[in-house]
Unconditional design. Sequence first.
Length: 242
Amino acid sequence: MRLCVDFRKLNATTIADTYPLLRMDDLLTEAESTAYMSTLDLKSGYHHIEVHEDDQDKTAFICPFGTYKYLRMPFGLRNAPATFQRLIDKFRAGLKNVFALSYMDDIIILSETFDQHINDLHIVFERLSLFKLHVNREKCHFACDRVKYLGHWITANGIEVDQQKVSAIQKIPVPTNVKEAQSFLQTCSWFRRYVPNFANIARPLSKLTKKNAQWFWGPEQQEAFEILRKSLIIPPVLKQPD
């Protein structure tokens, strides 16, 4: 069971940790195509970090079973993502000569040969042990030539779109209001790297989401809607520059 605590009042008085979070697009750009890839999922990622004794009472909450406080970092705290990313960056900094990328609790290791990959995994797991980080074995994949990472497929040939997500886009009906248009654009934006001139194609729809814009759905909007959907049916395979 995972509890979801409303920390809004606590977060409102918390000074923001400005530690930078990684962008998914930047990580995918770094993900070079290699022969062998493994993905690791850290188990209960945030709970690897202890809450300082002086701050534990601030996380207290009441539920039907009593009053409790967190001893380890929970989800929902304003600075939890930055705190966890700092830990992961320290973990990754010690992986010398290992090509590994990490976004929060998702780690990918990429190697050119099988022997090198086994050695890289050995180094990674030694580092995990040092940091007392545990992986979710059921969600890990080892020595693959094709793995799903951050909602995309990383393959030996390049980066491919996840067809399951594309299928969901094909089922989205024509928007009938601003909220539905925003939802459609946000979903498509996840794959904008696969659609040349995405911003220009989507402009007729983007205009509808501007402040004080009047809702109007005509041939121009319908065409943009159809082009965006069709462009993802057979998206290109993205290759990294040499």
